[in-house]
Ligand binder design. Structure first.
Ligand SMILES: Cc1cc2nc3c(=O)[nH]c(=O)nc-3n(C[C@H](O)[C@H](O)[C@H](O)COP(=O)(O)OP(=O)(O)OC[C@H]3O[C@@H](n4cnc5c(N)ncnc54)[C@H](O)[C@@H]3O)c2cc1C
Length: 477
């Protein structure tokens, strides 16, 4: 057991007095998650300044048997960065590791420390006339270390992939306190299994990512954004396939919204206008990006859509004539989560199925959920191009919402069982953390979980690296 006074004194020696917080008021911000769903306790919050200090803090924690909860911008949505209620943990926040170590425009790479905000990484890429395409609504607060630890997705995954695909190398402080320098900016390196992938998406349970080499891309100079209405989700999947056949990787985004979601957007954001009035059951935002100029890209997109309007594959379509119009179309998609929030609480699911099975998932869930839960209203939207849906359920009568919420576990089971049947994932983007930890064993093959636990035991034999996240806390066994 740790000797708190000695431990804290040594911690202050390592990172400096002002960077060890113990006052409850100072620590509060670090002890509650973004949604306010989880609040924990900690003996301190430490803010080291560099990799060497992180490694020294980790060694100290292992010696004193103090659990470590890594944290970046604390914008995670599954309670992964929040300590438990015991008050024994140290929150190790990396946001002072803020150096942009190198930009290599010729190699199309950038090396950033873990605490750099996502917007800062994007800006550094822009300054080198390159694009770092990871983009999500929390980008002004989340850190690149947190993005990698959660393998974040966002709005451009269809074209560029998620955080895992945007990373060429990492530097990691292991639970042993050793520093693994895997900061290689190579696109080809066949010298054995690629260990960086163990740490990406591991939600701070295997080590602390302190820096990363990230991929950069040429900056697109043109974009064309269309809003379409469709009869059903199958039409969306067919259209996406045709667009990718015609435009290849120039298809950058493909976002689907159901009518009930759009209705909520118009209800709670009355300034928003329906670009294609007519109550069509499904709408799709399709965006292309490329070099060259906007006009040429809009023209080819226009020709493509005209043929599909004529065949009846698309009910109606409009193409933004300016970047301001494109922004307004995107606003319809981006205000959907907030509109839903204003409507009241819903049971949220962030799921993925193969793109080809999105229509089947939507049809089967729409048929079975209201049968099992009378009055259930489904609010479905999301990154259809990635097979990722935000599939949220509330009661059509707000007064009956509490009764439905009381059955949340059953609703989750209903949705997740169907997702599993279609070979999907119960967490497309946000991770497991505390939120879905106890559901994971039902949906992940036992052998896969056993292998993950072996890696965990091997790297973190004391079980002190973010205990209780992703895996049950071994100390509870
Ligand atoms: C408004 C909003 C919109 C969002 N949109 C999206 C979206 O579109 N797509 C998406 O995928 N996610 C989205 N998210 C969630 C997303 O996971 C986080 O925004 C982000 O990736 C987490 O970064 P962070 O620095 O805040 O990490 P934190 O919240 O601080 O930590 C997240 C997890 O990573 C661990 N961790 C943090 N830093 C490190 C590190 N350096 N080394 C090891 N482990 C670490 C923590 O222990 C925790 O388990 C959104 C969140 C919000 C609030």
């Amino acid at each position: 057991m740790s000797q708190p006074a000695t431990f804290l004194a040594r911690l202050r020696e390592v990172v400096g007095m002002p960077h060890v917080l113990t006052d409850p008021g100072d620590m509060a911000l670090y002890l509650t998650d973004w949604r306010g769903r989880y609040t924990g306790r900690a003996q301190a919050v430490a803010l080291p300044a560099n990799t060497a200090e992180v490694a020294a803090v980790v060694r100290l924690c292992m010696e004193a048997r103090v659990p470590i909860v890594p944290q970046g911008g604390n914008t995670g949505l599954v309670g992964g960065g929040t300590p438990d209620g015991s008050g024994t943990a140290l929150v190790l926040c990396l946001k002072r590791l803020r150096t942009m170590r190198a930009v290599d425009a010729a190699n199309n790479t950038l090396t950033a420390e873990a605490g750099c905000l996502l917007v800062e990484v994007q800006a550094a890429a822009t300054a080198a006339d390159r694009l770092f395409p990871l983009s999500l609504a929390a980008e002004g607060s989340c850190t690149i270390g947190g993005n990698l630890a959660t393998n974040a997705g966002g709005v451009q995954v269809l074209r560029y992939g998620n955080a895992r695909e945007l990373c060429l190398g990492v530097e990691v402080v292991l639970p042993s306190g050793e520093v693994w320098n895997g900061l290689r900016g190579l696109r080809k390196d066949n010298t054995g299994p690629d260990l960086k992938h163990l740490f990406i998406g591991s939600e701070g349970t295997l080590g602390l990512i302190t820096a990363a080499v990230l991929k950069l891309f040429p900056r697109p100079t043109a974009s064309a954004t269309a809003w379409l209405t469709l009869a059903d989700p199958q039409a969306a999947v067919d259209l996406l396939g045709a667009a990718q056949g015609r435009f290849g990787s120039r298809v950058t985004a493909c976002e689907l919204l159901s009518r009930p979601v759009l209705d909520l957007v118009f209800k709670h954001f009355p300034a928003q206008r329906d670009p294609l009035p007519g109550n069509a059951p499904w709408s799709l935002l399709l965006e292309l990006s490329d070099g060259g100029d906007d006009g040429a890209l809009r023209d080819v997109l226009g020709e493509f859509l005209a043929a599909r309007l004529e065949s009846g594959a698309v009910l109606d379509a409009t193409i933004a004539a300016s970047s301001e119009q494109a922004r307004r179309l995107w606003a319809l998609r981006e205000t959907a989560p907030e509109a839903e929030k204003r409507e009241g609480i819903s049971i949220k699911h962030d799921v993925a199925v193969p793109v080809s099975r999105v229509p089947e998932f939507l049809a089967r869930a729409a048929a079975s959920l209201p049968q099992a839960f009378p009055g259930a209203r489904i609010l479905a939207f999301g990154h259809v191009g990635d097979g990722n849906l935000h599939y949220n359920v509330c009661h059509s009568n707000a007064a009956d919402n509490p009764a439905l919420l009381a059955r949340q576990a059953e609703v989750n089971r209903h949705v997740y069982d169907l997702v599993a049947e279609l070979n999907g994932s119960i967490s497309a983007e946000h991770g497991i953390g505390q939120l879905k930890r106890d559901q994971l064993p039902r949906y992940k093959p036992a052998l896969e979980l056993a292998l993950l636990r072996q890696f965990k035991r091997q790297l973190d034999p004391l079980g002190l690296m973010n205990p209780g996240k992703l895996f049950p806390d071994p100390r509870d066994a």
